[in-house]
Write a protein that binds this ligand. Structure first.
Ligand code: AP5
Length: 182
């Protein structure tokens, strides 16, 4: 199993759910920038206050903020890791590449979880997080298409992209991911 991974895919594709399962099974550090930002919001830190309004609109928090969060954790990480929700645009991918080169920890594989809009919207509406309402979901999707989807080509050109279908139950998706990463 590859031990330095990145999960890519639209909101609601199942990145967080599957990342947690994989990390538990293989002892990887699960680094979700969304989760880490929500922790900052709950703790009421300055960073959290700055991020909260942006997240509630479904827009992207600044590259500097997310990079600082990731940098601190990756630089001190002695185990394998899985990045979930980062990078979110080409600038972040570039900055991540520079950081990983510096700490000599190249990404082994990028996994794209593909899913149709209707299924992901249903999933998010039934979860009901603060940013899971119809209008914000539309915004998150359009930002995904504009800013994040170009990373698919970026990582394809590096020869490390794999993809799986994200529809179906959690167990089936889990087994597709295992096959794709083995
Ligand atoms: P983030 O937390 O990363 O949200 P997201 O990418 O929109 O992802 P989601 O958590 O909605 O979806 P997911 O693919 O992880 O699916 P999940 O497993 O949760 O980011 C939130 C915000 O933070 C961003 O909008 C932005 O503002 C900010 N942010 C984060 N990172 C940033 C960055 N790098 N730069 C700038 N800003 C950043 O599943 C969704 C639901 O579906 C769950 O209820 C789950 O139980 C259910 N589910 C999962 N799989 C299945 C299945 N197979 N069948 C049925 N239900 C399922």
């Amino acid at each position: 199993m590859q031990n330095r991974l990145l999960f890519l895919g639209p909101p609601g594709a199942g990145k967080g759910t599957q990342a947690e399962l994989l990390c538990n099974d293989h002892g990887l550090l699960h680094l979700s920038t969304g989760e880490l930002l929500r922790e900052e919001v709950s703790a009421g830190t300055d960073l959290g206050k700055e991020a909260e309004l942006i997240m509630n609109r479904g827009e992207l928090v600044s590259d500097d903020i997310v990079l600082s969060i990731v940098k601190k954790r990756l630089s001190n990480c002695s185990q394998g890791w899985l990045l979930d929700g980062f990078p979110r645009n080409l600038a972040q991918a570039q900055l991540l590449g520079e950081l990983l080169e510096k700490i000599v920890q190249p990404i082994k594989a990028v996994l794209l979880i593909e899913i149709d809009d209707e299924t992901l919207t249903d999933r998010l509406l039934s979860r009901g997080r603060k940013d899971d309402n119809a209008e914000v979901i539309r915004n998150r999707l359009s930002i995904y298409r504009e800013k994040t989807a170009p990373l698919i080509n970026f990582y394809q050109n590096l020869g490390i992209l794999r993809s799986v279908e994200g529809c179906g139950n959690i167990k089936d998706v889990k087994s597709r991911i295992r096959n794709a990463l083995n």
